[in-house]
Ligand binder design. Structure first.
Ligand code: F6P
Length: 361
């Protein structure tokens, strides 16, 4: 190994820059390799001229460890094997990617991404004949093979702080405040921050709920002498009859959003309480990476470089128990990792009397 690339792919989150820094520091200082930062995910290797910058010890200047987002840029605009072109046609751009790798003389690529990005990038790297090691990142924390993905810790801090800020308003106005949080396929953000932020109701995609159950819990809270309540709902939760709430964005992209509005209306109707909704959105992805995310990012970056040195390709670094481990990509790229509806977090919430949907265990 003489030259490696590093890129970020998919939605941004806090801690990406800390991973890029750890990869670069370790690759240069431990192994003496050259490191190229690829701009905008795989697009940096597909576009001509190539979009990249050499990363050196001087690149980081003390700042990036502390900054959210990714200074390399990222994209989730499409799969290069089936790439949607501006004229509406679909093109296989994998050979352009492979040629880009050859032009830079890459021996391996460290991919910081979610399971979807890792699946696509591993095929692209195979096509290019270079090795790949993945680093899991997503605020949703739904990547298999790791207890934690980079970005999750910071995002649940943001959501918990949001609840800390909503509670005084709820109490002052005697309202039920509904907070819609991210988590496209999984309820990890909702359950963790809901417990930490003192929610009375937490709805997640993995556990069926009834509006009656929600209303009953709120009526109980109010009858017990508290004049307000907090409800956390993951964006991927559907209506009681199973309809998803979607928002359409430019370029035909569709994202979850709006279940909070539905609940706000229903809770008001069913309990007579005054309700308000907050949809937290991308605020959850930004911000200064927490200590935990910086530590995870640093451990992951160093381990990823060690795996490249050992030519343990087709793997992802993961945090399991107390250690960083190598996980084969076949065990990672199997779709999103759901919240266990019968696991510790749901059990803890139920033990606290929080309504988390119907009992299914
Ligand atoms: O997967 C991370 C995530 O933040 C989801 O929670 C959310 O639904 C989605 O990305 C939003 O994506 P975009 O950045 O395209 O709006």
């Amino acid at each position: 190994i003489r030259t490696i690339g590093v890129l970020t792919s998919g939605g941004d989150c806090a801690g990406l820059n800390a991973v890029i820094r750890a990869v670069t520091y370790s690759a240069i200082q431990t192994y003496g390799w050259k490191v190229y930062g690829i701009m905008d995910g795989s697009m940096g290797l597909i576009q001509r001229p190539l979009q990249f910058r050499e990363l050196t010890m001087g690149t980081f200047g003390g700042n990036y460890l502390r900054e959210g987002g990714t200074f390399l840029g990222t994209t989730n605009k499409g799969d290069p094997f089936n790439f949607p072109m501006p004229d509406g046609t679909i093109k296989d751009r994998s050979e352009e990617f492979a040629e880009g790798c050859r032009m830079l003389g890459l021996d391996a690529l460290v991919v910081i991404g979610g399971d979807g990005s890792m699946r696509i990038l591993s095929r692209l790297c195979e096509r290019a004949g270079i090795g790949m090691v993945g680093v899991p990142k997503t605020i949703d924390n739904d990547v298999h093979g790791t207890d934690y993905a980079v970005g999750f810790a910071t995002s649940i801090n943001v959501v918990t702080e949001a609840l800390d800020r909503l509670q005084p308003t709820a109490a002052s106005h005697h309202r039920v405040m509904i907070l819609e949080v991210m988590g496209r396929d999984a309820g990890h953000i909702a359950i963790n921050s809901g417990i930490a932020g003192g929610a009375d109701v937490i709805l997640v995609p993995e556990v069926p709920y009834s509006l009656d159950g929600v209303a009953r819990k709120i009526r109980t809270v109010l009858a017990q002498g508290r004049s307000h309540a907090l409800v956390v709902v993951a964006e991927g939760v559907k209506t009681e009859s199973g309809e998803p709430f979607m928002i359409s964005y430019s370029g035909g992209q569709q994202r979850y959003g709006g279940i909070g509005n539905y609940l706000t209306e229903k809770i008001a109707q069913m309990t007579g309480a005054e309700t308000r909704v907050t949809i937290l959105g991308h605020v959850q992805r930004g911000g200064i990476p927490s200590t935990r995310d910086r530590l995870l990012a640093s451990a992951f970056g160093v381990k990823a470089v060690d795996l490249v040195a050992q030519k343990q390709f087709g793997t992802m670094v993961g945090w399991q128990g107390r250690s960083v481990v190598a996980v084969p990509l076949e065990k990672v790229c199997i779709g999103p990792r759901s919240l266990d509806p019968c696991g510790t977090m749901v059990g803890t919430a139920r033990g606290l009397g929080i309504y988390v949907g119907e009992e299914i265990c």
